[in-house]
Design a protein around this ligand. Sequence first.
Ligand SMILES: Cc1cc2nc3c(=O)[nH]c(=O)nc-3n(C[C@H](O)[C@H](O)[C@H](O)COP(=O)(O)OP(=O)(O)OC[C@H]3O[C@@H](n4cnc5c(N)ncnc54)[C@H](O)[C@@H]3O)c2cc1C
Length: 502
Amino acid sequence: MENKTAIVIGAGFAGLSAAINLADKGYKITLLEKNNQVGGRARIWSENGFTFDMGPSWYWMPDVFEDFFARFGKKVSDYYNLHRLDPGYEVYFPDNEIATVDASMEKLEEWMEKLEPGSFAKLEKFLVEAEYKYKVGINDLVYKPSRSLTEFIDLRLLKGLVRMDVFSSMRKHVNAYFKHPYLRQLMEFPILFLGAVPSNTPALYSLMNYADLKLGTWYPEGGMYSVVRAMEKLAIEYGVDIKVNSPVTGFTFNGNSISGVTVNGETLTADVVVAGADYHHVDKHLLPGKFSNYTEKYWKKRKMAPSSLLFYVGIDTQIKNMEHHTLYFDAPFDQHADAIYTNPRWPETPLYYVSNTSKTDTNAAPDGCEALTFLIPLAPDLVDSEEMREKYFHKIMDRFEATMHQEIRKHVVVKRSYAMTDFVEDYNAFKGNAYGLANTLDQTAILKPSLKNKHLKNLFYTGQLTVPGPGVPPSIISGIVVAEEISKEFGVFPQQKPKLSV
Ligand SMILES: Cc1cc2nc3c(=O)[nH]c(=O)nc-3n(C[C@H](O)[C@H](O)[C@H](O)COP(=O)(O)OP(=O)(O)OC[C@H]3O[C@@H](n4cnc5c(N)ncnc54)[C@H](O)[C@@H]3O)c2cc1C
């Protein structure tokens, strides 16, 4: 049997992962990326000696990355060096309260006990539950294609559903363990930043707290883009033909199959097409209505994860007493959550996050300088203007300078902002979302957009809007899942090219 061909649209983590996994199954792959760099939302930007990861900066769930490379007989260390950050991060609350999330959790324990005696023992219990959810969730659930409920008819999973806390909310779950508002916010932050209001998120997602507090926050030397480079290299080793500056603008059809993909005025053919670009863009803008999987009404009803206003800022001085990752929660938490999820608007006093990569990586900025990324989570689809961006830059800078007791603005030598309109323009992001779909119960597992087109037998979808969802590890897993599904329908073939050594 002749090897089949596949075209993968979009070279984000999901597209790269799908391409590598399909190539490993003997498919001849062309990977088409609209931008001039691979990596998608995880692109890199360099200016005057400063280097910024434009998207993800938190390397969580190191086991997922290790498992990914192990599929191909490789190790993470074949491609990049990984360091556990200690502390993983700090959180600034009002009244100069600072939570230091250290690897041994000794400082964390001291701080928690000061605020709420007995709370650290409760945390240990909370994390035992979270570990169970992580192990079942990450080892079993997220690798399921979620095409039918029958996949979940497995005694172990059914028995575990109650313990997995699928049907209760994260807020209730956290509140049952902790009373102090700062402790509650510390537990809820991964949910707020990556997906939905805690009251609307299944308590299943406390698995993120296990990933955070037990597995730790890591830094790949050279930044998150080192992971992209590693996957690009692996793809090339597997013979994937990567074409950047190649925006797909449409398809040709033969009955109920895609016969060609239109790119830069050419039509490329393949047996299978995998869409790793934003689902809505492919479904509503690239496909004619009769082949769309979902109606515009369906898409309007989806709850999106936040977008973000980002500032990549290079300064010609160093900041004292600042860790690699810092969350500034010195403003009302629920008010900001309400502005993202319930009553979408620009938040009055935003929470924000700052990554200071140069704290760990001297190559990120020239000597004596720092490369800082500021991030404010925002409701997707907000009207975004230069004026508004500047207003928010000064809003957070006023607070940042006061908190760090240092003047920053007069030291700015490089600055770039990035927000909703950029997400739309650069990635064809639905409503300018940064992180895909919110992790609500009605958008989990089989309730996510399907990874297969209902009308076209050779069109599949991957990426953060499909299963398992947003974040780098889930996006990588999504590429694995879609490749498995394709190989079940289209077969597995002898590998096309001998693997080259790294
Ligand atoms: C600011 C920010 C911070 C984040 N922080 C973290 C973090 O700290 N940790 C974490 O784990 N996750 C984080 N995330 C989430 C994570 O980055 C994403 O979930 C993940 O990168 C999504 O990968 P993807 O492949 O699904 O999508 P994308 O990265 O968007 O890839 C889709 C690709 O398709 C391309 N494309 C679109 N249209 C076309 C077309 N017509 N033709 C060809 N190509 C097309 C796009 O250019 C893009 O390259 C963050 C995201 C953002 C934006």
